[in-house]
Ligand binder design. Sequence first.
Ligand SMILES: C[S@@+](CC[C@H](N)C(=O)[O-])C[C@H]1O[C@@H](n2cnc3c(N)ncnc32)[C@H](O)[C@@H]1O
Length: 252
Amino acid sequence: MSKMYRSKKAAEGYDTARALPEHATSLLIDILKENTPVASISSVLDLGGGTGRFSSLLQQLYDCPVYTLDPSVEMLKQGVARNYKNIYWFSSNAEHIPLKSGSIDLIWMSNVYHHLENTAEACREISRVLIDRGNLVIRNGTQETDKEIAWNKFFPEAIEFDKNRIPHKQEIIDFISSHSFNFIEYGVIYQQFASSYQEYYDKISQRGLSSLLAISNEAFNKGCKKFREWVDEQPPDTPVFEPIDHFFFIKE
Ligand SMILES: C[S@@+](CC[C@H](N)C(=O)[O-])C[C@H]1O[C@@H](n2cnc3c(N)ncnc32)[C@H](O)[C@@H]1O
Protein backbone atom coordinates (compact mmCIF):
# COMPACT_ATOMS: atom_id res chain seq x y z
CA MET A 1 0.00 0.00 0.00
CA SER A 2 1.06 3.53 -0.64
CA LYS A 3 2.37 4.74 2.72
CA MET A 4 1.36 8.37 2.25
CA TYR A 5 -2.06 8.19 3.81
CA ARG A 6 -1.22 5.83 6.66
CA SER A 7 -0.38 8.56 9.13
CA LYS A 8 -2.94 10.10 11.45
CA LYS A 9 -1.68 13.60 10.58
CA ALA A 10 -2.14 13.15 6.80
CA ALA A 11 -5.61 11.63 7.35
CA GLU A 12 -6.75 14.36 9.75
CA GLY A 13 -5.75 17.17 7.38
CA TYR A 14 -6.99 15.45 4.21
CA ASP A 15 -10.56 16.72 3.88
CA THR A 16 -9.71 20.35 4.69
CA ALA A 17 -6.84 20.40 2.20
CA ARG A 18 -9.11 18.96 -0.54
CA ALA A 19 -12.48 20.48 0.35
CA LEU A 20 -14.63 21.16 -2.71
CA PRO A 21 -17.32 23.86 -2.93
CA GLU A 22 -20.91 23.05 -3.86
CA HIS A 23 -20.31 24.25 -7.41
CA ALA A 24 -17.65 21.53 -7.90
CA THR A 25 -19.81 18.76 -6.46
CA SER A 26 -22.75 19.79 -8.61
CA LEU A 27 -20.54 19.56 -11.74
CA LEU A 28 -19.57 16.09 -10.60
CA ILE A 29 -23.20 15.07 -10.07
CA ASP A 30 -24.01 16.32 -13.60
CA ILE A 31 -21.25 14.27 -15.23
CA LEU A 32 -22.28 11.16 -13.23
CA LYS A 33 -25.93 11.62 -14.23
CA GLU A 34 -24.95 11.98 -17.88
CA ASN A 35 -22.75 8.90 -18.01
CA THR A 36 -24.14 6.34 -15.56
CA PRO A 37 -27.63 4.77 -15.34
CA VAL A 38 -28.53 6.44 -12.03
CA ALA A 39 -31.92 4.75 -11.52
CA SER A 40 -30.62 1.21 -12.00
CA ILE A 41 -27.59 1.40 -9.68
CA SER A 42 -28.27 -0.42 -6.42
CA SER A 43 -24.77 -0.89 -4.97
CA VAL A 44 -21.64 1.26 -5.19
CA LEU A 45 -18.04 0.54 -4.22
CA ASP A 46 -15.95 3.62 -3.39
CA LEU A 47 -12.60 1.98 -4.07
CA GLY A 48 -9.71 3.68 -2.24
CA GLY A 49 -12.42 5.89 -0.77
CA GLY A 50 -10.16 7.17 2.04
CA THR A 51 -12.11 9.47 4.35
CA GLY A 52 -15.24 8.82 2.28
CA ARG A 53 -15.44 12.41 1.09
CA PHE A 54 -17.29 11.17 -2.03
CA SER A 55 -19.12 8.24 -0.40
CA SER A 56 -21.95 10.33 0.98
CA LEU A 57 -22.47 12.13 -2.34
CA LEU A 58 -22.59 8.76 -4.13
CA GLN A 59 -24.96 7.35 -1.52
CA GLN A 60 -27.38 10.23 -2.02
CA LEU A 61 -27.13 10.30 -5.81
CA TYR A 62 -27.71 6.57 -6.30
CA ASP A 63 -29.83 6.12 -3.16
CA CYS A 64 -28.22 2.78 -2.35
CA PRO A 65 -25.58 1.25 -0.04
CA VAL A 66 -22.01 2.40 -0.61
CA TYR A 67 -19.07 0.18 0.35
CA THR A 68 -16.02 2.30 1.09
CA LEU A 69 -12.75 0.39 0.94
CA ASP A 70 -9.30 1.74 1.78
CA PRO A 71 -6.02 0.27 3.07
CA SER A 72 -5.45 3.22 5.43
CA VAL A 73 -7.19 2.70 8.75
CA GLU A 74 -6.48 6.33 9.65
CA MET A 75 -8.28 7.59 6.52
CA LEU A 76 -11.26 5.30 7.18
CA LYS A 77 -11.49 6.46 10.82
CA GLN A 78 -12.18 10.02 9.62
CA GLY A 79 -15.24 8.86 7.69
CA VAL A 80 -16.50 6.36 10.26
CA ALA A 81 -16.59 9.19 12.85
CA ARG A 82 -19.15 11.03 10.71
CA ASN A 83 -21.78 8.29 11.12
CA TYR A 84 -23.06 8.48 7.54
CA LYS A 85 -26.12 6.34 6.83
CA ASN A 86 -25.89 3.35 4.47
CA ILE A 87 -22.10 3.51 4.10
CA TYR A 88 -20.07 0.41 5.02
CA TRP A 89 -16.34 0.67 5.66
CA PHE A 90 -13.70 -1.94 4.77
CA SER A 91 -9.98 -2.02 5.33
CA SER A 92 -8.36 -3.65 2.29
CA ASN A 93 -6.94 -2.70 -1.09
CA ALA A 94 -7.98 -2.71 -4.73
CA GLU A 95 -5.84 -5.77 -5.40
CA HIS A 96 -7.89 -7.74 -2.85
CA ILE A 97 -11.54 -6.70 -2.60
CA PRO A 98 -13.41 -8.62 0.12
CA LEU A 99 -16.75 -8.62 -1.72
CA LYS A 100 -18.63 -11.35 -3.60
CA SER A 101 -18.21 -11.72 -7.37
CA GLY A 102 -20.88 -9.86 -9.35
CA SER A 103 -22.17 -8.00 -6.28
CA ILE A 104 -21.55 -4.34 -7.27
CA ASP A 105 -23.22 -2.16 -9.94
CA LEU A 106 -20.79 0.76 -9.97
CA ILE A 107 -17.20 1.27 -8.84
CA TRP A 108 -15.94 4.79 -8.21
CA MET A 109 -12.20 5.30 -7.95
CA SER A 110 -11.07 8.85 -7.22
CA ASN A 111 -7.38 9.73 -7.20
CA VAL A 112 -6.37 6.14 -6.53
CA TYR A 113 -5.18 4.88 -9.94
CA HIS A 114 -1.66 6.27 -9.47
CA HIS A 115 -1.42 4.72 -5.98
CA LEU A 116 -2.16 1.14 -7.06
CA GLU A 117 0.62 -1.34 -6.44
CA ASN A 118 -0.55 -3.77 -9.09
CA THR A 119 -2.90 -2.18 -11.60
CA ALA A 120 -3.53 -5.42 -13.51
CA GLU A 121 -4.49 -7.27 -10.33
CA ALA A 122 -6.76 -4.38 -9.30
CA CYS A 123 -8.46 -4.52 -12.73
CA ARG A 124 -9.11 -8.23 -12.31
CA GLU A 125 -10.66 -7.62 -8.89
CA ILE A 126 -12.74 -4.69 -10.15
CA SER A 127 -14.04 -6.83 -13.00
CA ARG A 128 -14.76 -9.75 -10.66
CA VAL A 129 -16.89 -7.81 -8.16
CA LEU A 130 -18.81 -5.86 -10.83
CA ILE A 131 -21.99 -7.24 -12.37
CA ASP A 132 -21.98 -7.83 -16.14
CA ARG A 133 -22.19 -4.43 -17.87
CA GLY A 134 -21.30 -2.81 -14.52
CA ASN A 135 -19.89 0.73 -14.48
CA LEU A 136 -16.37 1.81 -13.59
CA VAL A 137 -15.72 5.55 -13.08
CA ILE A 138 -12.14 6.73 -12.66
CA ARG A 139 -11.50 10.28 -11.45
CA ASN A 140 -7.80 11.00 -11.67
CA GLY A 141 -5.38 13.72 -12.64
CA THR A 142 -3.27 13.02 -15.75
CA GLN A 143 0.04 14.31 -17.11
CA GLU A 144 -1.97 16.41 -19.56
CA THR A 145 -4.17 18.23 -17.03
CA ASP A 146 -1.44 18.43 -14.37
CA LYS A 147 0.35 20.91 -16.65
CA GLU A 148 -2.52 23.35 -16.14
CA ILE A 149 -2.23 23.35 -12.34
CA ALA A 150 -0.65 26.59 -11.07
CA TRP A 151 0.96 25.51 -7.77
CA ASN A 152 2.91 22.66 -9.42
CA LYS A 153 5.61 24.83 -10.95
CA PHE A 154 6.83 26.06 -7.54
CA PHE A 155 7.64 22.49 -6.46
CA PRO A 156 9.98 21.01 -9.13
CA GLU A 157 10.70 17.97 -6.92
CA ALA A 158 6.98 17.19 -6.83
CA ILE A 159 6.80 17.43 -10.64
CA GLU A 160 9.74 15.04 -10.86
CA PHE A 161 8.07 12.64 -8.43
CA ASP A 162 4.83 12.71 -10.45
CA LYS A 163 6.57 12.18 -13.78
CA ASN A 164 6.68 8.40 -13.36
CA ARG A 165 3.58 8.12 -11.25
CA ILE A 166 0.77 10.18 -12.80
CA PRO A 167 -0.59 8.44 -15.91
CA HIS A 168 -1.18 9.93 -19.33
CA LYS A 169 -4.84 10.14 -20.36
CA GLN A 170 -4.42 7.53 -23.12
CA GLU A 171 -2.57 5.18 -20.77
CA ILE A 172 -5.66 4.88 -18.52
CA ILE A 173 -7.98 4.35 -21.49
CA ASP A 174 -5.73 1.72 -23.08
CA PHE A 175 -4.91 -0.15 -19.88
CA ILE A 176 -8.48 -0.46 -18.60
CA SER A 177 -9.82 -1.25 -22.10
CA SER A 178 -7.32 -4.10 -22.36
CA HIS A 179 -8.74 -5.62 -19.15
CA SER A 180 -12.26 -6.47 -20.36
CA PHE A 181 -13.79 -2.99 -20.21
CA ASN A 182 -15.31 -0.83 -22.92
CA PHE A 183 -14.32 2.82 -22.83
CA ILE A 184 -17.47 4.96 -22.90
CA GLU A 185 -16.64 8.59 -22.19
CA TYR A 186 -13.97 11.01 -21.02
CA GLY A 187 -14.53 14.46 -19.52
CA VAL A 188 -12.62 17.13 -17.65
CA ILE A 189 -14.26 19.13 -14.89
CA TYR A 190 -12.81 22.54 -14.06
CA GLN A 191 -13.66 22.69 -10.40
CA GLN A 192 -13.24 25.62 -8.10
CA PHE A 193 -10.46 24.56 -5.78
CA ALA A 194 -10.27 27.83 -3.81
CA SER A 195 -12.37 30.98 -3.58
CA SER A 196 -9.24 33.20 -3.73
CA TYR A 197 -5.49 32.89 -4.28
CA GLN A 198 -5.04 33.38 -0.53
CA GLU A 199 -7.21 30.34 0.15
CA TYR A 200 -5.37 28.48 -2.63
CA TYR A 201 -2.10 29.08 -0.78
CA ASP A 202 -3.64 28.04 2.54
CA LYS A 203 -4.91 24.75 1.11
CA ILE A 204 -1.70 23.81 -0.71
CA SER A 205 0.47 24.75 2.27
CA GLN A 206 -1.47 22.27 4.41
CA ARG A 207 0.47 19.63 2.46
CA GLY A 208 -2.52 17.34 1.94
CA LEU A 209 -1.48 16.27 -1.59
CA SER A 210 0.60 13.13 -1.96
CA SER A 211 3.28 14.65 -4.22
CA LEU A 212 3.91 17.32 -1.55
CA LEU A 213 4.06 14.67 1.17
CA ALA A 214 6.67 12.83 -0.89
CA ILE A 215 9.24 15.63 -1.18
CA SER A 216 11.73 16.79 1.47
CA ASN A 217 10.73 19.43 4.03
CA GLU A 218 13.39 21.69 2.56
CA ALA A 219 11.96 21.42 -0.96
CA PHE A 220 8.45 21.93 0.40
CA ASN A 221 9.37 25.06 2.40
CA LYS A 222 11.33 26.53 -0.52
CA GLY A 223 8.38 25.96 -2.86
CA CYS A 224 5.92 27.47 -0.38
CA LYS A 225 8.01 30.63 -0.14
CA LYS A 226 8.03 31.14 -3.93
CA PHE A 227 4.38 30.16 -4.22
CA ARG A 228 3.51 32.72 -1.51
CA GLU A 229 5.34 35.48 -3.44
CA TRP A 230 3.42 34.59 -6.60
CA VAL A 231 0.08 34.45 -4.73
CA ASP A 232 0.70 37.94 -3.31
CA GLU A 233 0.87 39.30 -6.87
CA GLN A 234 -2.46 37.77 -7.95
CA PRO A 235 -5.72 39.76 -8.02
CA PRO A 236 -7.80 39.60 -4.81
CA ASP A 237 -11.10 37.72 -4.50
CA THR A 238 -10.44 35.70 -7.65
CA PRO A 239 -11.47 32.04 -7.53
CA VAL A 240 -8.97 29.39 -8.58
CA PHE A 241 -10.09 26.52 -10.82
CA GLU A 242 -8.29 23.24 -11.40
CA PRO A 243 -8.97 20.49 -13.94
CA ILE A 244 -9.68 16.88 -13.02
CA ASP A 245 -10.19 14.05 -15.51
CA HIS A 246 -13.08 11.57 -15.47
CA PHE A 247 -13.13 8.25 -17.35
CA PHE A 248 -16.22 6.08 -17.81
CA PHE A 249 -16.01 2.37 -18.61
CA ILE A 250 -18.45 -0.53 -18.79
CA LYS A 251 -17.49 -4.12 -18.07
CA GLU A 252 -17.60 -6.14 -21.30
C1 LIG B 1 -5.57 10.71 -2.85
S1 LIG B 1 -6.36 9.60 -1.76
C2 LIG B 1 -7.99 9.53 -2.49
C3 LIG B 1 -9.07 9.26 -1.47
C4 LIG B 1 -10.49 9.42 -2.01
N1 LIG B 1 -10.77 8.50 -3.07
C5 LIG B 1 -10.71 10.84 -2.48
O1 LIG B 1 -10.76 11.11 -3.69
O2 LIG B 1 -10.80 11.70 -1.61
C6 LIG B 1 -5.70 8.05 -2.24
C7 LIG B 1 -6.28 6.91 -1.43
O3 LIG B 1 -5.89 5.69 -2.05
C8 LIG B 1 -5.64 4.77 -1.03
N2 LIG B 1 -4.84 3.65 -1.58
C9 LIG B 1 -3.50 3.56 -1.67
N3 LIG B 1 -3.16 2.38 -2.23
C10 LIG B 1 -4.32 1.73 -2.51
C11 LIG B 1 -4.63 0.47 -3.09
N4 LIG B 1 -3.69 -0.37 -3.50
N5 LIG B 1 -5.94 0.12 -3.19
C12 LIG B 1 -6.91 0.96 -2.79
N6 LIG B 1 -6.67 2.17 -2.24
C13 LIG B 1 -5.39 2.55 -2.11
C14 LIG B 1 -4.94 5.59 0.04
O4 LIG B 1 -4.95 4.97 1.31
C15 LIG B 1 -5.75 6.88 -0.01
O5 LIG B 1 -6.82 6.87 0.89
